[in-house]
Design a protein around this ligand. Structure first.
Ligand code: HEM
Length: 243
C-alpha cells in the first residue's frame, strides 16, 4: 500500500501552475518597481530607481509589466482551450464546499497549528481533522481567492492598459476604480500566497504534495491521510499508477 502512487496532476496542470507562479513573481517584481511614492513604496525608493535604470526608464518598465500581464492572460486562455476538462475539474473541486465538514476542518486546523490539540480536548472536541476531498478547505480558500483575484487583476489590468491608448477623459472614474481594485486584489492574493507557499512548499507534512507538483503523483498513504474522500473515490480505478 505505502508504495502505491496515485495520479494527482496532469502535465498541463503542472506546467500551468509553474507558469502562473513565474508570471506572478515577475509581475510583482515589475509592478512594485512601478510604484514610485515614498509614502507607500513597499521596498523603499531605491528598488524602483534601480529597476527603472536597469530597463531604461519607467516607460519601459511599464511596457514590460504590461507585456508580462498579457502573456499571463494569453497563457490561461490557451490552457482553457487545451485542457478545458482539467480547468472544469479544478473549478468544481475548488468551489465545492461542505459547510459543516469544511468549516470544522478550518477551525480545527488553525487551532492545531497555533495552539496544538489541548484547547480542542478541553472543549470536549476530537482533535482529529474531518476527512477532506481532492483539496482541503485551506487549499480551497486560497484557490478561490486566486481564481477570483486573478480575474479581477486581469480585467483591471486590461482596463488600465487600454486607458493609456483608447479611453477618453469620460472613463477617469472607471480607471480610478481599476487602479484601486488592482492594488487591493494583488495585496490580498499576495497575503494568501505567503500562507500557500509555507503550507505547500515548507511544511514537512505536505512534502509529498509539493513533490507531486513536479511528478504528478502522490503516495497512497499521503492521499489516504490528507485527502481521504478523494482517496476512497479513486483507489480502485485507473488513477492508481504503480505498485
Ligand atoms: C514558489 C511559489 C509556489 C509554490 C512552491 C507552490 C506550490 C504548490 C503546490 C505544491 C501545490 C500542490 C498542492 C497539492 O495539490 O497537494 C500547489 C497548488 C496550487 N497553487 Fe501553488 N505554489 C506557488 C505559487 C503559486 C501562485 C503564485 C499561485 C497563484 C496565485 C498558486 C496557486 C495554486 C493553486 C490555486 C493551487 C491548487 C490549490 C492548492 O493546492 O492550494 N501557487 N502550489
Amino acid at each position: 500500500m505505502s508504495d502505491t502512487m496515485y495520479k494527482r496532476h496532469d502535465g498541463s496542470d503542472i506546467f500551468m501552475h509553474w507558469f502562473n507562479a513565474v508570471c506572478w513573481l515577475l509581475l510583482l517584481l515589475t509592478g512594485i518597481g512601478l510604484i514610485q511614492n515614498p509614502v507607500i513604496d513597499p521596498l523603499g525608493s531605491g528598488y524602483p530607481a534601480v529597476l527603472r535604470s536597469l530597463v531604461g526608464g519607467g516607460g519601459n518598465l511599464l511596457l514590460l509589466h504590461e507585456a508580462l500581464g498579457i502573456l499571463w492572460i494569453i497563457g490561461f486562455l490557451v490552457y482553457l482551450i487545451i485542457n478545458f476538462k482539467g480547468a472544469r475539474f479544478f473549478l468544481a473541486e475548488v468551489f465545492a464546499i461542505s459547510p459543516a465538514r469544511d468549516m470544522l476542518w478550518m477551525v480545527k486546523k488553525m487551532v492545531l497549528m497555533t495552539l496544538g490539540p489541548k484547547p480542542l480536548k478541553m472543549l470536549g472536541m476530537d482533535p482529529v481533522l474531518p476527512d477532506q476531498g481532492y483539496y482541503n478547505m485551506g487549499q480551497k480558500a486560497f484557490a478561490q481567492a486566486s481564481v477570483v483575484g486573478g480575474v479581477v487583476i486581469a480585467v483591471t489590468g486590461v482596463v488600465m492598459f487600454l486607458s493609456d491608448r483608447t479611453f477618453g477623459a469620460a472613463a477617469t472614474g472607471m480607471i480610478g476604480w481599476a487602479v484601486t481594485l488592482h492594488f487591493i486584489t494583488v495585496g490580498l492574493v499576495f497575503a494568501g500566497l505567503l500562507v500557500h507557499i509555507y503550507m505547500a512548499a515548507i511544511s514537512p507534512e505536505e512534502r509529498p504534495g509539493f513533490k507531486s507538483m513536479f511528478t504528478g503523483v502522490v503516495p497512497g498513504e499521503y492521499a489516504k491521510h490528507h485527502h481521504r474522500l478523494w482517496f476512497d473515490k479513486v483507489q480502485s480505478d485507473d488513477q492508481q499508477v504503480s505498485e
